[in-house]
Design a protein. Structure first.
Length: 314
């Protein structure tokens, strides 16, 4: 299989891990279960509705909404890799996950996170071209180029995840089978490894630096240029209209980048703090739940298309 091939000569003696999850009382378990289940169902429904609205409205057949539809598609899978297992484990006494199941979850989670980093940078570039080079926008952001950008995002995500996992899956875990987290993530796995994980840590750090910093620099550069162009617009109404087209994207970028940077931009030893687990809830549960309302509430075209869609269906 793919994962056995990736592991190669794996020396691990651990057949499964125990995800410790959240230390809660019996009274809080039902509350957490209900909250996480509701958040998951709402996230999937919200993103599915955005895809449906974009597909069914000709006014939204633009690069900006093509990327937004792909972001919604990505986030449905992103939350589905983590949340169903997390929801079940809140009430279950058996919190085990097999070694292969853990590696599979890690592989897809890293793929989706890396893809989202790059996709958000692509969306920033799209807004840069739309505002700073409006006359050349249709020529530059043509359908073929947009499709190539999306394919590039997924290829980068899949490649980065494959490289990271090829090093992590080779680590030896001996008799330590407890992961102090609610899903299989890189830092907690590195913490319980009983073999030398320095090479895996170095590879993870270099790739994380590339996947985070290159898109982040693209986003910052794009918005500096956007702000410079917007401030040159003579009328305040024109400035407001120009910036309103990218305000929702900027909000999503700030939420996603800030929460993930806190977790992944530090050494593994800092992972012992419980704050990391709470921050992880933000970018695996809260941020994906907030993204669709941010795009819908702050974007007039999406709001209009939504009203039109539901009015027509009635």
């Amino acid at each position: 299989s793919f994962f056995y091939g990736m592991v190669g000569r794996n020396e691990t003696t651990v057949k499964y891990f125990i995800l410790l999850g959240f230390p809660t009382t019996a009274e809080l378990q039902l509350l957490l279960f209900s909250a996480f289940l509701l958040a998951y169902l709402l996230t999937v429904l919200e993103n599915f509705l955005i895809i449906l609205i974009i597909r069914n409205n000709h006014s939204l057949q633009k690069p900006m909404y093509f990327f937004l539809g792909n972001l919604s598609f990505l986030e449905i899978w992103y939350v589905s890799v983590i949340e169903p297992k997390m929801i079940i484990d809140v009430l279950s006494h058996d919190k085990r996950i097999s070694f292969q199941g853990c590696m599979t979850q890690l592989y897809f989670f890293v793929t989706f996170v890396c893809t989202e980093y790059i996709l958000l940078a692509v969306m920033a570039y799209d807004r840069f071209v739309a505002i700073c080079k409006p006359l050349r926008y249709p020529l530059i952001m043509n359908h073929r180029f947009c499709a190539q950008l999306i394919a590039g995002c997924w290829m980068c995500g899949l490649t980065t995840s494959s490289i990271k996992l090829s090093f992590i899956a080779r680590l030896s875990f001996c008799d330590v089978d407890k992961i102090n987290h609610y899903f299989c993530d890189i830092s907690p796995l590195l913490n319980i490894s009983c073999s030398d994980s320095s090479l895996a840590e170095l590879v993870d750090f270099i790739l994380a630096l590339m996947v985070i910093m290159v898109p982040l620099c693209t986003v910052v550069t794009s918005y500096v240029c956007i702000m410079s162009t917007v401030l040159k617009i003579p009328s305040s109404q024109g400035r407001q209209k120009a910036f309103s087209t990218c305000s929702s994207h900027l909000t999503v970028v700030i939420l996603f980048y800030s929460t993930t940077l806190f977790t992944y931009a530090h050494p593994k030893l800092m992972y012992t703090y419980r704050a990391n687990k709470l921050v992880s809830v933000l970018y695996t549960v809260v941020v994906p739940l907030l993204n669709p309302p941010i795009y819908c509430l702050r974007n007039k075209e999406v709001r209009f298309a939504m009203r039109k869609t539901f009015t027509c269906r009635r």
